[in-house]
Design a protein around this ligand. Structure first.
Ligand code: NDP
Ligand code: 8X3
Length: 251
C-alpha cells in the first residue's frame, strides 16, 4: 500500500501524536489543520525525522476548499494510502434545553460533515488503485450517551454508523475501514469543549490516570501495520480507571 498518510487535525492532540507515530514507520505525511503556524512547526519537527511532509492549512468544514486542496495535490502526493479522519471537537456540555445552536453546528459541521467531505475527496483515488485504509476517530461517546453529551454523542454515533457504511460500500474495492473509540485522553479536547476555561478543563483529568495522545497514536500505528488480509474493524480504548463514559475510579 502507498506509504502516504493524510491526517486531519494534526496540529494538536491525537492527530499530532499520530503524525510522530507514523513518521517512525517511514510514512510520508500530509498534515492538516486550521492553525498554520502550528502546522509549520510540526512540519519542521517531522522533517528532522527524515520524512516527507506536506502541510495543508484546511478547515474541514469548508467543502469547496477541501475539494480544491485535495483535488490539486502535487503529483507525488496524490496516492494517499491511509486517511486518518481525526479532526473533531466537543463544544459545550449542556442539556439540550439549554444548548447553544452555534455549538451544535460546529460539532455537526466538523465531526460529521467535515469527515464526509474529506473522505469523499480521498476515496475515489483509493477505489481506482484498489487499495487504501481509512481510520475514523470515533469515541466512547459514539457507543454510549451520557448526561449533557447529547449532540457530541450524536455526532460520534454518526461516525460509528458512517464507519460501518464505508466498510460495506468499500468492501468490493479492497479498502480497509477502521474506527478507534477512545475514552478520556488528555489533549486540548476539554479546553475546546469548555470554550477556553483551562481550570474546568484540568478538573476533567483529576484523580485518575487518563490516556495520553500517544496511547491512541500507537493503536493507529498497530492498525495500519497489519498485513493486507487483516482489518481491525473497531477498537474501544479506555484508561484502566474508566469503565464507561461516566464511571471512573478516582482517588
Ligand atoms: P484536540 O483539541 O487536542 O485536537 C483536535 C484537532 O482537530 C486539532 O488539531 C484541531 O486543529 C483539529 N480541528 C478541529 N476543528 C477543525 C476543523 N474545523 N478543521 C480542521 N481541523 C480541525 O483534541 P483531540 O486530539 O483529543 O481530538 C481528536 C479527535 O479525537 C476528535 O475527533 C475527538 O472528538 C476525538 N476524541 C477525543 C477524546 C479525548 O478525550 N480527547 C476521546 C474520544 C475521541 P485546528 O484547531 O488547528 O484546526
Ligand atoms: C471524548 C470522550 O467521554 O468526553 O470523546 O465524550 S467523552
Amino acid at each position: 500500500m502507498s506509504k502516504i498518510a493524510l491526517i486531519t487535525g494534526a496540529t494538536a492532540g491525537i492527530g499530532e501524536a499520530t503524525a510522530f507515530a507514523l513518521a517512525e514507520d517511514g510514512f510520508s505525511l500530509i498534515i492538516t489543520g486550521r492553525r498554520e503556524a502550528r502546522l509549520l512547526q510540526l512540519k519542521n519537527k517531522l522533517e528532522q525525522r527524515n520524512v516527507r511532509v506536506l502541510p495543508l492549512c484546511l478547515d474541514v468544514r469548508d467543502e469547496a476548499k477541501v475539494n480544491h486542496l485535495l483535488g490539486t495535490l502535487p503529483e507525488e502526493w496524490q496516492e494517499i494510502g491511509i486517511l486518518v479522519n481525526n479532526a473533531g471537537l466537543a463544544a459545550g456540555l449542556s442539556s439540550l434545553q439549554e444548548g447553544d445552536s452555534d455549538d451544535w453546528n460546529r460539532m455537526i459541521d466538523t465531526n460529521v460533515k467535515g469527515l464526509l467531505y474529506v473522505t469523499r475527496a480521498v476515496i475515489p483515488g483509493m477505489v481506482a488503485r484498489g487499495e487504501g485504509q481509512i481510520i475514523n476517530i470515533g469515541s466512547i461517546a459514539g457507543k454510549e450517551v451520557y448526561p449533557n453529551g447529547n449532540v457530541y454523542c450524536a455526532t460520534k454515533h454518526a461516525v460509528d454508523a458512517l464507519t460501518k457504511g464505508m466498510r460495506i460500500d468499500l468492501l468490493p474495492h479492497g479498502i480497509k475501514v477502521t474506527q478507534i473509540c477512545p475514552g478520556a485522553v488528555e489533549t486540548e479536547f476539554s479546553l475546546v469543549r469548555f470554550h477556553g476555561d483551562a481550570a474546568r478543563a484540568e478538573k476533567v483529568y483529576e484523580g485518575f490516570e487518563n490516556l495520553i495522545a500517544s496511547d491512541i497514536a500507537e493503536c493507529i500505528r498497530f492498525v495500519v501495520t497489519r498485513p493486507p488480509h487483516v482489518n481491525i474493524n473497531d477498537m474501544v480504548v479506555m484508561p484502566t480507571a474508566q469503565a464507561t463514559a461516566t464511571c471512573f475510579h478516582k482517588t
